[in-house]
Design a protein around this ligand. Structure first.
Ligand code: 13P
Length: 265
């Protein structure tokens, strides 16, 4: 069964104190939470510090990037094995900010996906269209091309125990989150696209939405959709109370989880 997953992508933000205090408070506030997985993705330099502060089993660590090589003369890079070594579970790849500012192509992102699978880490594959592509009705074409780069090189089995994050570029950091019903349609398209290859894998894959989810109300609207399994939170993941309220939205949208609400202070 797929489960709910919320990842806080801190991007290029934070410092030693923020990392320590945030993780410590998060663990206290969410003690014994069991209805979803939560991961924090601080900058690479703070990953190890964050790991040392994590005291709840359902709070994990995510990296924001990885190199395609495992070791060698690649100055400035971080390998999948190194991330694994310090206790990282998820790794965000293909984020639009890396595709834009670092010119990462679909083929290059596919190589990252492969190295993560080989190292036993969980890729969080970001896909999504630009504003222009959206207006031209090309959302499905863009998303399927981004997925195809992995399907063609690694096959559908690579998507077992993987995560896809649909992040329409025009909604990232703009305060303009996409319409939950339209997002549901895209998520359903993604799941059906994978279903053509393998129904079980498609049913089990976690598909997150990301883009200006800044409060509990918005998060609730997304969680009410059947194919939206989680949120990749950007800016709001740096505000402890807001981040917790987004997590709280999961429990309020699922009757079976309401009994667990009392464990979130
Ligand atoms: P915002 O939530 O700040 O829009 O960022 C979303 C995102 O890019 C997460 O990876």
């Amino acid at each position: 069964m797929r489960h709910r997953l919320i990842i806080g992508n801190w991007k290029l933000n934070g410092n030693k104190n923020i990392t320590k205090n945030f993780i410590k408070s998060l663990c206290t506030e969410l003690s014994n939470i069991s209805f979803c997985d939560i991961a924090i993705a601080p900058p690479a330099v703070y990953l190890y510090l964050a790991k040392q502060e994590i005291s709840n089993i359902n709070i994990s660590l995510s990296a924001q990037n990885v190199d395609i090589n495992l070791c060698g003369a690649f100055t400035g890079e971080t390998s999948a094995d190194m991330l694994k070594d310090i206790g990282v579970k998820y790794v965000i790849i293909g984020h639009s900010e890396r595709r834009t500012y670092h010119k990462e192509t679909n083929d290059f992102v596919a190589k990252k996906f492969q190295v993560l699978k080989q190292s036993g880490l969980i890729p969080v594959l970001c896909i999504g269209e630009t504003q222009e592509e959206n207006e031209a009705g090309k959302t499905e074409e863009v998303c399927s091309n981004q997925i195809d780069a992995i399907l063609k090189t690694q096959g559908i089995l690579a998507f077992q125990k993987s995560v896809i994050a649909y992040e329409p570029i025009w909604s990232i950091g703009t305060g303009k989150s996409a319409n939950p019903i339209q997002v549901q349609k895209v998520h359903n398209f993604i799941r059906n696209y994978l279903k053509k290859q393998d129904t079980t894998i498609a049913e089990q894959i976690i598909i997150q939405y990301g883009g200006s989810v800044n409060d509990e109300k918005k998060a609730t609207e997304f969680f009410m959709q059947p194919d939206i399994d989680g949120i990749l939170v950007g800016g709001a993941s740096l505000k402890l109370n807001v981040f917790i309220s987004i997590i709280r939205a999961i429990a309020t949208t699922n009757k079976n989880l309401k009994s667990e609400l009392n464990i979130i202070k």
